[in-house]
Structures are given as structure tokens and as C-alpha cells.
Design a protein around this ligand. Structure first.
Ligand SMILES: Cc1cc2nc3c(=O)[nH]c(=O)nc-3n(C[C@H](O)[C@H](O)[C@H](O)COP(=O)(O)OP(=O)(O)OC[C@H]3O[C@@H](n4cnc5c(N)ncnc54)[C@H](O)[C@@H]3O)c2cc1C
Length: 388
């Protein structure tokens, strides 16, 4: 039976302290300024990479730290708990899994050591399309084999960090939907070298938070056949394989956000005096923060369970999805409690609360919306009829 440790080991505590040390050099002003300019946190991501944190999940034989998913989760959590935004770099941790599990030895040798060493960034993951939305099997981007290349046509939406990454994982249809037995067949995953891609147009999108996201247009973009990951037509299962890790890691961003909001709310509510006493002495203020804290604690426990199962190679789909859902809700509740207790100052940029509030909101929608998690739990965990 998988063991769930309720306290962190000395190594895990040291790991968190190390990440906190890096984050301390990138305070609120740093993130605030980038947010205003909608710029990528290059210096932070470079330092985190150089320190080896983004290679936590890469096995030592490819130059990484070979740590477990729980350790990777703690790294992301600590970034957000410190007031930063792990959304700028979290994807490398879960995208890399597809290459690691399904890539050829030649692909792994060619890319993983360079990713681990920071020479290459694999931060972009292109799945979402305007005409398919959450129904991934309906995506319309095609990749057609022509000799030693695939020719890609179509478009994607909300694809993040393409301009800050060297490599991108792309999901495209290689066999038309009408010609496959199951709708999940006929999709393939490619490792695209963005630096050499011709026929790729990247249009940045300005969204609610600083997220470096883009619309992509493929016009006869050529990908060498050597860029195909695993077998042609099996790409959907490869992507699904990585989803539990993705859910657990994104839950960790939210748990970090939740903790930041609670700490900030407690600090402010203890020192802000209105009507002759700290506002935190009022039940209307205090209880909202206490409720948010309990929600974050519960989400963390579920995240730890999911990560323990994942690290023990046990099935963890329900736990990973539940953790992502509970953590996004907990962060949202904590964000609201934090804005509320700050009164008008919650809206002032210099307090960072409104920035974190916008950043935390994303995880109710991406990488999967809360409704789709509920649909998964309803159908696959509880045995209710398929609702979509
Ligand atoms: C800032 C940002 C960054 C992103 N980065 C990336 C990225 O790097 N790579 C990538 O591939 N994608 C990325 N995404 C896309 C993200 O994963 C999708 O937006 C998300 O999965 C939802 O898809 P959609 O926007 O098409 O919504 P839709 O699928 O159109 O859904 C719209 C709404 O309807 C609801 N809904 C739809 N169907 C059902 C149903 N059957 N039952 C109940 N409710 C339903 C959904 O829950 C949602 O609330 C990003 C999005 C954002 C906003």
C-alpha cells in the first residue's frame, strides 16, 4: 500500500527553503513591473533553471535531479507562496514527461540534457483550438506525412510561452476523424523546434494576467519526421498519460497562491485598525480567512495523496483531478477573503493582491475547466452517465 507521509522530510524542507531563497530575490515589485508591461520573467526563470529546479523531474542519466512529483509540486507551490507566478515555467515539468515516457532514446539524448542544463527551453504545449475547445479529439490541425517530413496546417489558441521557448509539443491530427475507429485515434504528438519553424505565425494575446499566451497559425509548417514522438496516431494517449502530473502540479500553483493570500490576509487583518481594533478581531473578517485556510489545507492533503500515488506508480486519476479542483477553489476563496479584508487596498496594484487574484483565477479554467473535472468525477469515479 502507498505510504502518505504527513510531514515533509528534511530534504523536502531544504528544497522548499532553497526555492524560497531564490524567490526572495524577486519580490513583489519585480512581478508587478512585469505584469504591467506584460513581460516574461526571464531573470527569474533563468535563475531557477540554473539552480536545477526546473529539471527536478528529469532523471539523473539525462542531467536532471531525478526527484519525485511531490518534490516538483513543492517547488511550484513555494514559488506561488512567495508571491511569484510559477505559471511562467511550470509547463516544462509536465510537458517533459511526454518526451521522457514516449520519446525515442535518440530524442531523449538530444533534448533532455540540454533542457536540464538550461540550454533549451521546452515550455510550450499546443493543444487547444478555437473550434474544438475542451473536446480535444475534434481538433482540426492536421499533420500530413510527405517523405521525411510532416506538413502542418491549422490553428491553435491560448498557447503559452511560444515566444519564450525553443521547443514546443504539438498535438495534431494525422488521420482524419472520419477514418479512425475511435475518435481518440489518429492524433499525433510532435516535438517542434520553434527556432527553425517556417510557416508558423505567433500572435500574442493580451489576457487578464501576465501569461505570454498566443494564437498560432500553421501554414504548411514542416516538421521533420524525426520530431514525431512515439507512434503516429497514438498521441492522445500520450497526452492523457501526462495529465495526472499536470493536474497535481497545477494544483500546487493554486495551493501556493492560497497560502500567499491567507498569509497576506492574516498580516493585514492583524495590523489594520478600524473602529479602534484590528479588523481581524471581527468575526466577519476572521472567519472568511479561517475558512479559506481550511480549504487550502484540505486541498494540500489531497494533492499530497495524489502525488504519493503518482510517485508510487499507482493509479491517481481521481485524486489528481480532485486535487486540481479543490486547490483552484481554495485559492479563489482565499483570494476573495484577501481582497475583502484589504478593503480598497485590495485593488491597489502596490499590494500585489489584485495581481495574485487575477493569476489565481486562471486555474479554474486551465488547463482544464472545473466543469470538466466534475464531469470526470461524475462519470469515471461515481459511475454516473456520461454528461457530455
Ligand atoms: C491564459 C491561458 C493560458 C493557456 N495556455 C494554454 C496552453 O499553453 N496550451 C493549451 O493547449 N491551452 C492553453 N489554454 C487553454 C485552456 O486549456 C482552455 O481555455 C480550457 O481548457 C478551456 O477550453 P476553452 O477555452 O475552449 O473552453 P470551452 O471548451 O469552449 O468551454 C467553455 C465553458 O463551457 C464549459 N463546458 C464546455 N463543455 C461542457 C460540458 N460538456 N459540460 C459542462 N461544461 C462544459 C467549460 O467548463 C467552460 O466553462 C490556456 C488558456 C488561458 C486562458
Amino acid at each position: 500500500m502507498t505510504t502518505l507521509n504527513l510531514s515533509l522530510t528534511a530534504e523536502q524542507r531544504a528544497l522548499k527553503a532553497g526555492v524560497a531563497g531564490v524567490c526572495a530575490r524577486y519580490p513583489g515589485e519585480y512581478w508587478r513591473e512585469l505584469d504591467q508591461k506584460r513581460e516574461y520573467p526571464e531573470a527569474f526563470v533563468d535563475e531557477l533553471t540554473r539552480a536545477g529546479y526546473l529539471a527536478a523531474l528529469i532523471p539523473p542519466e539525462y542531467g536532471g535531479a531525478g526527484l519525485g512529483l511531490l518534490e516538483a509540486a513543492l517547488i511550484l507551490e513555494e514559488i506561488n507562496r512567495s508571491g511569484g507566478n510559477a505559471g511562467a515555467c511550470h509547463a516544462q515539468m509536465y510537458i517533459m514527461g511526454t518526451l521522457l515516457r514516449h520519446g525515442s532514446e535518440a530524442q531523449k539524448q538530444a533534448y533532455l540534457p540540454k533542457i536540464a542544463g538550461g540550454e533549451l527551453r521546452l515550455q510550450a504545449f499546443a493543444v487547444t483550438e478555437p473550434n474544438a475547445g475542451s473536446d480535444t479529439t475534434k481538433l482540426q490541425t492536421t499533420a500530413v506525412r510527405r517523405g521525411d517530413r510532416y506538413v502542418v496546417n491549422g490553428q491553435k489558441i491560448f498557447i503559452s510561452r511560444v515566444l519564450q521557448s525553443d521547443l514546443m509539443l504539438l498535438l495534431a491530427r494525422t488521420t482524419p476523424l472520419a477514418d479512425v475507429a475511435r475518435k481518440t485515434d489518429g492524433l499525433s504528438v510532435f516535438l517542434v523546434d520553434i527556432r527553425q519553424a517556417r510557416g508558423l505565425e505567433v500572435r500574442p494575446l493580451r489576457v487578464m494576467m501576465n501569461h505570454s499566451t498566443n494564437a498560432l497559425f500553421f501554414d504548411n509548417m514542416e516538421v521533420p519526421a524525426a520530431g514525431l514522438i512515439g507512434e503516429e496516431g497514438k498521441g492522445f494517449s500520450y497526452i492523457l498519460d501526462g495529465m495526472n502530473a499536470e493536474r497535481i502540479l497545477v494544483a500546487s500553483d493554486s495551493i501556493g497562491d492560497g497560502k500567499w493570500f491567507v498569509e497576506k490576509a492574516v498580516g493585514y487583518s492583524n495590523q489594520r485598525v478600524v473602529f479602534g481594533r484590528p479588523i481581524g478581531a471581527n468575526q466577519g473578517v476572521q472567519f472568511a480567512i479561517a475558512r479559506a485556510h481550511m480549504a487550502v489545507e484540505a486541498a494540500e492533503l489531497m494533492r499530497n495523496k495524489a502525488a504519493a500515488l503518482f510517485d508510487a506508480s499507482e493509479p491517481c486519476g481521481p485524486e489528481a483531478n480532485i486535487a486540481k479542483y479543490l486547490a483552484a477553489e481554495a485559492a479563489w476563496e482565499a483570494g476573495n477573503a484577501c481582497i475583502d479584508c484589504h478593503g480598497g487596498y485590495g485593488y491597489a496594484e502596490e499590494y500585489d493582491v489584485e495581481r495574485k487574484f487575477r493569476e489565481a483565477r486562471l486555474y479554474k479554467t486551465a488547463p482544464i475547466s472545473q466543469n470538466l473535472v466534475l464531469a470526470y468525477v461524475g462519470e469515471h469515479v461515481l459511475g454516473l452517465p456520461r454528461s457530455y
